[in-house]
Ligand binder design. Sequence first.
Ligand code: F6R
Length: 369
Amino acid sequence: DKGGWSSFMAKEINEQPEAIANTVRGRIVGDSVEIPELTALGDDRLRGIDRIIIIACGTASYAGQIGAYAIEQWARIPVDVQLSHEFRYRDPVLTDRTMVISVSQSGETMDTLMAVKYAIEKGVTTVSVCNTQSATIPRESDAAVYTHAGPEVAVASTKAFTAQITALFLIGLHLGRVRGELSAEALAEAVQQFEELPEKMRAAVDTHAEITQLAHWMADTRSVLFLGRHVGFPAALEGALKLKEIAYIHAEGFAAGELKHGPIALIDHGQPVFVLVPSPRTAPLMHSKVVSNIQEIRARGARVIAIVEVGDTAVLPYADEVIRLPLTDALFEPILQVVPLQWFALELSTAKGLDVDQPRNLAKSVTVE
Ligand code: F6R
């Protein structure tokens, strides 16, 4: 049931405030974070972990990349992110102090399941971040940390993605607390961010009307670029993937700093570029770097669509379009920033008369290697 929406994807984008609230529920206790499934592993085991590898495919791997920044920051454990289908071929260094966290909406993705089985054989601790109760991957793993986004029907993942980031952040906070790496203030600050997040997410969902207008004049676009820095980089990759998947438009995401190392040659007159602009309050250095990137591409003719936090005026002279999102901490920004990008892909797909929920050549769950 699409609940009055034109597609499941539209419905699922709209459900993100609840998906996040449900994923957080029961895991914030007062000013602290506790995930009972991690507690069950034993604090000594969690304190002994010296390396984390996140494995996933597609959208889930971008959630993993965003989660990696937060886990490193809060728990001070080195984190790598690897695509499931590349993982075992590199003969990874795995010990009994390694934790492998798999991220999968379906919990049935064969590439990820095979990677988890490989990790289990090597004797590492396996944690599954999964949206589907009792799927194969969480059943095989030592611990299952479910995202409670509710069933996701559209092939293109939306609410599962933001719920995956949420779950990985909670894991980072839990590990940081148990390992004594996180001050009470930092923990309380993150808890506060989570409490405010559903309402901010609603504001991000409300960018729909603006994005619809934008997509309208861009219906003939043949290529779109996405730029981000830090956690905005994987969010840019996700924006590009959504557009390829459902609007069949060539799209690429870049780390903004990488521009001058090659991709800037792609910028030509009228090239649309979405830029995810970090907060000038909480990330002033990154913000000023990204504003210079915008100036560089604008000078070469790019059509810049800047996604900024409300009140950021530094980009105004250089952006053709500005999408404003509520203030939040730097780490949390991609959770909001991706929402207008989801709408953009949906509206371009619709403008081209395509089937938003069932893109060609794709299945919701990829159960072959
Ligand atoms: C993107 C998309 C795919 C999946 C990927 C992993 O919109 O749907 O990239 O994210 O196939 O699927 P799960 O999360 O089920 O393992």
